[in-house]
Design a protein around this ligand. Structure first.
Ligand code: NAD
Length: 485
């Protein structure tokens, strides 16, 4: 057996419920595919609502014990898991590349990033503090304490199979919450392998339960409607997020939402163009363009737009597209053929409305879901790619005349996750921080992800923050007690 086959054979294919690996009812399974070849990697359990409810039963049963476990013990478990994730870095990276497609080097980067949430929240677990103050009248004391929210339902997307899971599980466990994790059906294997590392680190039964399913809506509805569930944390698309918020409203369920983005990437006339081109390649092509933080709209000052487009075009034409497991590959396949059709449709729409294909790379003519990276210039208002998430290696340039127009274009979206801006003018940089409607900002930098910083959006990009000292707040509720003096 090759290393990949051995690794795949070692991944659990069942559901983790209450500390036991169990089959779905009627031993139902579904296939997980390699997007670079279309081959089936593994068949895994396909949970229905009954198994999901059993997972919640287990999380509810484990909740009191986990909440009363000493923070230091919870912290140590997360720290051990951090060590184990790094020890198994190569396996986790290979598995992620097999099921998701990104080049191995990027998968290794994701493992490191994902592990950082375990380390960060192992450190935060022992720093959950409250407040003790006196009433302004002087006649009483105010005690503010913080407590675990309770059992959580965590739903993750396919594009960052490990990091999106640790970004939720680590703060939940640190805060003293138990969880049911539902990874995306396209990339569940990484979460299953990760669950074995939690177990190896000493996770008590029922504290984290994992359900894999092709019936996300049917499985999620009863959990969201169950009064024992206290929190829903979702990362995924805005349309699904909207639906889950609506479902949660019936029970006023507490929610965190990490949703879609439509990041502007602003290049001003005073920008360091070398840095802007480098940043553009990262902000656009990391994860094959399939990131919520991917630059979606390149807004470039008219005096440098031609040069910027030419220079990114040269870089794009030199990109190597292929299987993520092959050496020297820059871009892997898109997640599936539907994604290829969607990105192709965005190019056709933009060109029909007047955009020009300024450069393109080449993609292998094999059965995988490959898309040749493309640069468009002169994108016209009304083009679908200006309002929709592109989610692919398509770099679209629009020019602007002055700072006011740049800000207006940048804010002209229902999303507000991240914005990138390249300028050497410090005063302008400060104005942009004030004026851009965004949850995060990369100033002369093309990647902002950082476990120590609060990740999240404004407008329809979401509610709440993950990472940073803010990340654990999502899993804590605040209690105020009045003590008469
Ligand atoms: P998606 O919304 O289709 O799916 C996300 C998850 O929700 C998956 O686990 C899926 O199985 C599940 N799901 C789908 N329909 C559901 C339903 N009706 N009820 C319950 N669960 C349901 O998104 P995706 O295609 O997996 O991921 C890409 C999207 O995620 C993009 O929009 C991207 O911007 C966003 N994303 C956001 C962040 C962030 O932090 N803001 C990070 C990564 C990805």
């Amino acid at each position: 057996m090759s290393g990949a086959q051995e690794l795949l054979a070692s991944v659990p294919t069942q559901l983790l419920v209450g500390g036991r690996w169990v089959d779905a009812a009627d031993r139902r399974t579904f296939a997980v595919h390699d997007p670079a070849t279309g081959e089936v990697l593994r068949d895994i359990a396909d949970a229905g609502p009954r198994e999901a409810t059993a997972a919640l039963d287990a999380a509810v049963a484990a909740q009191p014990g986990w909440a009363s476990t000493a923070p230091r013990v919870r912290s140590d478990l997360l720290r051990r898991t951090f060590d184990l994730v790094l020890e198994r870095r190569e396996d986790l990276a290979l598995l992620m590349t097999l099921e998701m497609g990104k080049p191995l080097a990027e998968s290794r980067g994701e493992v490191t990033y994902a592990a950082e949430f375990l380390r960060w929240f192992s450190e935060e677990a022992v720093r959950v503090t409250g407040r003790y103050g006196s009433n302004p009248e002087g006649s009483g004391r105010v005690l503010v304490s913080r407590h675990p929210v309770g059992p959580c339902y965590l739903i993750t997307p396919w594009n960052f199979p490990l990091a999106m899971a640790t970004r939720k599980i680590a703060p939940a466990l640190a805060a003293g919450c138990t969880a049911v994790l539902k990874p995306a059906e396209l990339t569940p294997l990484t979460s299953l392998l990760f669950a074995t590392l939690l177990e190896e680190a000493g996770l008590p039964a029922g504290v984290v339960n994992v359900i894999t399913t092709t019936s996300s809506a049917d499985v999620s509805a009863p959990l969201i409607g169950d009064p024992r569930l206290r929190k829903l944390s979702f990362t995924g698309s805005t349309p699904v997020g909207r639906r889950l918020i609506a479902q949660s409203a019936d029970r006023v369920l507490r929610v965190s939402m990490e949703l879609g983005g439509n990041a502007p990437f602003l290049v001003f006339e005073d920008a360091d163009l070398d840095a802007a081109v480098e940043g553009a390649m990262q902000a656009k092509f990391r994860n094959i363009g399939q990131a919520c933080t991917a630059a979606n709209r390149f807004l470039v000052h008219e005096s440098v737009s031609e040069e910027f487009t030419r220079r990114v075009g040269e870089r794009v034409a030199a990109l190597t597209v292929g299987r993520g497991t092959d050496p020297d590959v820059d871009l892997g396949p898109l997640i599936d053929d539907r994604a290829v059709t969607a990105v192709t449709g965005l190019v056709d729409d933009a060109v029909r409305r007047g955009a020009v294909v300024a450069a393109s790379g080449t993609a292998p003519h094999t059965s995988g879901s490959f898309f040749a990276p493309t640069v468009l210039s002169g994108v016209q208002p009304g083009s679908a790619l200006l309002t929709e998430e592109i989610f692919g290696p398509l770099l679209a340039v629009t020019s602007f005349a002055d700072e006011d127009e740049a800000v207006e274009l940048a804010n002209d979206t229902e999303y507000g996750l991240v914005s990138y801006a390249y300028t050497r003018d410090l005063a302008r940089a400060h104005r942009l921080v004030d004026r851009l409607q965004t949850g995060m900002m990369g100033l002369n930098v093309g990647v902002v992800s950082n476990a120590a910083a609060p990740f999240g959006g404004v407008k329809q990009s979401g509610l709440g923050r993950e990472g940073g000292i803010e990340g654990i707040d999502e899993y804590l509720s605040t209690k105020y007690t009045l003590i008469p003096a």
